[in-house]
Design a protein around this ligand. Structure first.
Ligand code: GLY
Length: 595
């Protein structure tokens, strides 16, 4: 079945079950300033779940009339950059389409589960042995989702096919700072999660308290690309979304032009081309703040990966033609070839100019540092590359990594801050072209980075708690998606140890510890027992960050660090270890994220 047929089959199925078809909303949320992009189908319906709006009386923002229905169906275009590093694997994408059925006061768990089962098994004819489901297993605050269990059983799903998950895996939402959320049940086909059925039962306030919603709601999301993968390639674990018809033509264009058929790099280019084309078609221009910054990052990544596989710009036009052809009947706004090509080419040429000069300089610097056995590029040097050549931090990290080096990000942040103050004081626009101000205003990412920063200190504290003070930081790298922490340790950590460390950090988060700093001389800081990075050169005056339990007075962490950090560990939300691996014989690396 083609993607066109699959999309239509889903929409028709739900229309026939009494749902109103609503068009996809824009990638830019109409009335939710707390999120940059539309990341889920439910966003345009958020006010109906809370009854802030009545679906029968109030005007729906993009329809221009009331919904006149409590059950609706959509195919929603979405953009998420949280998984940008995973793009190129089997199923992760930045731009994707989400099929969803929604109910606000119409039906709840029993009907939602039965409808999804009917669609998957009767309409798509997916054999039941390829299916597993997950349900919310309950925790300290919320009960086990027994109803969902009962309804799945009633449909003939066996106990072996039902897994129960936790708050992390089986509780969804809210989108943004606050909003509707609830336990969910997920459907997996061939072990790939394809459909998420969320039972909106609470409103989560920004202070994380849950308040029961006046009416129960259903919000489901099924990734079209993933569903297509399991329907076009049943039981074939070697296939990816890039081989489905939503990508295969685009991949063929790239493959035909590429001198080096590095398939992962080509997949990244294909994905980012789609997301950039959609963003540009919605009027976003590359810039150094917020949405424009995300677009700039995507386009600059396209260019970087294109260079890695020796792609000349000739592929751009046929690639954009293909994207427009594939999507214009569903998302007519994509039909703006000249604008898309113009923005891409313009950003390419800006970046190329900066690259040429900057890379020359960088190779000189990298060579000198390596000669001195220095593998961490200090903040001042990194900042110089940033301010003189417009290299975004992201990019600096990538080129450093290619040389087996890393960037001292805290030092970079410090340099950035200092220069901002200077620039503010002197009213100079010296750095204007490089978006100094913009970078600082990039609030959503900055908040995430602060949370990751503080989580890194807690992680170090946890490691020392479990393994003693021989554990020492060897390096740290943070981007808006994850933290990376390198430390001295001579063996692999066991899954059990990782679990304990994760739990320890989460406990400190739940404890609501206070994070504060003082400024002192380097000597005094070391005398106070503050941890520092051995290879790092500090100025004489340093900042010491402390994480302290206000009730018991116990200090969990004390580190020399420029910040920035959250002011209370509860702002971190939750902490999750993604991966543990070796960097060298005596150095291990943990990647983790916060949610
Ligand atoms: N709103 C459900 C999901 O995005 O998975």
């Amino acid at each position: 079945m083609s993607s066109e047929d699959l999309r239509q089959l889903f929409l028709t199925f739900f229309i026939n079950k009494g749902h109103r078809l609503v068009p996809s909303s824009s990638l830019i949320p109409a009335d939710d300033p707390s999120v940059l992009f539309t990341v889920a189908g439910m966003q345009q319906f958020k006010p109906y779940y809370t009854r802030a709006k009545d679906p029968f009386r109030d005007i729906h923002l993009s329809l221009g009339e009331p919904l006149q229905a409590s059950n609706v169906v959509t195919c929603q275009k979405c953009l998420r950059t949280t998984d940008i590093e995973a793009v190129g694997d089997e199923s992760h994408l930045t731009f994707f389409e989400m099929l969803g059925n929604f109910s606000f006061g119409g039906y709840f768990k029993e009907e939602a589960i039965a409808l999804s089962w009917e669609f998957i098994t009767n309409y798509l004819k997916i054999p039941t042995e390829r299916i597993t489901v997950s349900i919310f297993g309950g925790d300290k605050e919320l009960p086990y989702d027994e109803e969902s269990y009962t309804y799945w059983k009633r449909l003939g799903v066996s106990d072996e096919q039902i897994i129960s998950g936790n708050r992390e895996t089986n509780f969804w939402g809210p989108v943004g700072e606050e909003g509707p959320c609830g336990p969910n049940t997920e459907i997996y086909v061939d072990h790939l999660e394809v459909w998420n059925l969320v039972f909106n039962s609470f409103y989560r306030h920004s202070d994380k308290t849950l308040e029961p919603l006046p009416l129960k709601g259903v919000d489901t999301g099924m990734g079209l690309e993933r569903l297509l993968l399991v329907t076009q390639f049943p039981n074939q674990s070697n296939k990816t979304v890039f081989e489905t018809d939503l990508f295969s033509g685009l991949m063929a264009i790239l493959q035909a032009d590429s001198q080096i058929n590095e398939v992962r790099n080509l997949r990244i280019i294909a994905d980012h081309l789609k997301s950039s084309a959609f963003l540009i078609s919605e009027g976003i221009k590359p810039s150094n703040i917020e949405r424009g910054y995300i677009l700039r990052r995507l386009i600059r990544r396209i260019l970087r990966y294109s260079e890695l596989v020796n792609l000349q710009d000739n592929y751009l036009e046929p690639a954009i033609d293909w994207i427009i052809q594939k999507y214009h009947s569903i998302y007519p706004e994509i039909d703006n070839k000249s604008l898309i090509l113009e923005v891409l080419s313009d950003e390419f040429s800006k970046f190329r100019q900066a690259l040429k000069k900057g890379l020359k300089e960088w190779h000189k610097i990298a060579g000198e540092l390596k000669q001195k056995n220095i593998l961490v590029v200090n903040g001042a040097i990194a900042f110089e590359l940033y301010s003189s050549f417009g290299f975004p931090l992201e990019f600096l990290k990538e080129i450093a990594e290619e040389e087996g080096m890393s960037i001292d990000e805290e030092g970079f942040a410090e340099a950035l801050k200092k220069h901002q103050e200077i620039s503010r004081n002197s009213q100079e626009k010296k750095f204007g072209g490089h978006g100094l101000k913009g970078e600082i205003q990039n609030t959503e990412e900055n908040i995430k980075i602060k949370r990751l920063h503080t989580a890194t200190h807690l992680l170090q504290a946890a490691l020392r708690e479990f393994f003693g003070s021989t554990v020492a930081q060897q390096g740290s790298d943070i981007n808006p998606d994850r933290l990376r922490f390198d430390f001295s340790f001579d063996r692999k950590l066991t899954p059990d140890e990782l679990k304990k460390i994760e739990a320890w950090v989460n406990q400190r988060i739940n404890d609501g510890l206070v994070v504060s700093f003082y400024e002192t001389s380097l000597n005094q800081a070391l005398q106070d027992g503050a941890l520092g990075l051995f290879s790092q050169r500090y100025s004489d005056q340093v900042r010491v960050y402390e994480i302290k339990d206000p009730k018991t007075g116990r200090v969990y962490s004390k580190e020399i660090c420029a910040g920035p950090h959250v002011s209370n560990t509860s702002e971190i939300g939750s902490f999750k270890i993604l991966k543990e691996e070796a960097v060298s014989r005596n150095t291990r690396r943990i990647r983790a994220t916060v949610g």
